[in-house]
Design a protein around this ligand. Structure first.
Ligand code: AHG
Ligand code: MN
Ligand code: MN
Length: 278
């Protein structure tokens, strides 16, 4: 597993540099979800593929930016699902973005996840690794990731990050979000799930939601590359992650790009979601 983490660190340093200095324009390609790819989405994907090519324990990779999985090493133990550049459309307004990795064994079900990693490219570059616990690192001037602390969620937080088009929310979901704000929670939503979830994790808790809506009944966020890796982080940090009714890590995708509604948070907020959506 360590060689996988090291490859992710090397990728992150290269992607950070691309974000800082490369062209932020669109390419003329679309990904499997139909999004027009930025040149930076494609480049980040290639950087990661290149770095994993030298890691013998990686059997296969599957990326948000590729239609199908790419086989790497037949005798490898792990499958890696990743979103090379999450929130990439925020780069041209200079907001934080991220990379997300799920390290699976056997298949891409939530229950097959062995570890997850995410990188935040913000004013600083931070990397979070979840195995048995959740560890945070920060990039220094010498391009080394220095351990900062373990991340633990409180039982209850103060932040609310309600995603998706509000026009398409159900009546129940709208009532839930209103009630949470009535209880004094503060709105924190940048449109990038990596910095939005990182903020909730570091500020002790709260709720991030991307529900089923009339325009996207199965949500927007993808199980393999976005939802499962963060569900793993939240559980290991002492919080919970559900699709409204079920534990996210009990789900399994039929196709690499399958999406699901999702709610990540500390225990009190998720119990509240269960009482409405469950
Ligand atoms: P991506 O850039 O990889 O397509 O994903 C962006 C995602 C996620 O980061 C964010 O939480 C969500 O899209 C925001 O969607 P809405 O604008 O619909 O809330
Ligand atoms: Mn994404
Ligand atoms: Mn992406």
């Amino acid at each position: 597993m360590t060689e996988i983490f090291e490859a992710i660190k090397r990728s992150a340093i290269r992607i950070k540099e691309a974000i800082e200095y490369d062209d932020t324009g669109y390419s003329d390609h679309h990904n499997a979800t139909g999004d027009t790819q930025l040149k930076l989405d494609i480049k980040s994907d290639l950087i990661i593929e290149e770095e994993f090519q030298s890691v013998l324990s990686v059997k296969e990779i599957v990326s948000e930016e590729k239609e199908e999985a790419t086989p790497l090493h037949v005798n490898g133990k792990y499958l890696v699902g990743y979103d090379p550049l999450d929130g990439s459309s925020l780069i041209d307004v200079n907001l934080s973005v991220g990379s997300i990795f799920g390290i699976y064994e056997g298949d891409y079900a939530g229950s097959s996840l062995k570890a997850s990693v995410y990188v935040v490219y913000g004013p600083r570059v931070e990397l979070v690794i979840a195995t048995d616990k959740v560890y945070m690192y920060r990039l220094n001037k010498q391009n080394e990731f220095i351990f900062q602390k373990e991340i633990h969620l409180g039982e209850k937080g103060k932040l609310n990050a309600p995603g998706a088009t509000q026009k398409g929310w159900s009546k129940e979901h709208k009532a839930l979000v209103d009630a949470i704000f009535q209880d004094g929670y503060r709105l924190r939503y940048s449109g990038g799930m990596v910095p939005d979830l990182h903020q909730i994790l570091l500020k002790g808790g709260g709720l991030f939601s991307y529900p089923s809506t009339s325009d996207v009944p199965k949500g927007k966020l993808r199980m393999i590359f976005e939802v499962f890796p963060f569900a793993f982080v939240f559980e290991k940090a002492g919080g919970m992650a559900i699709d409204g009714k079920n534990r996210l890590l009990d789900l399994a995708p039929m196709h690499p790009h399958d999406t699901t509604p999702c709610f990540f948070g500390s225990n009190e907020e998720i119990k509240r979601v269960l009482s409405i959506h469950g």
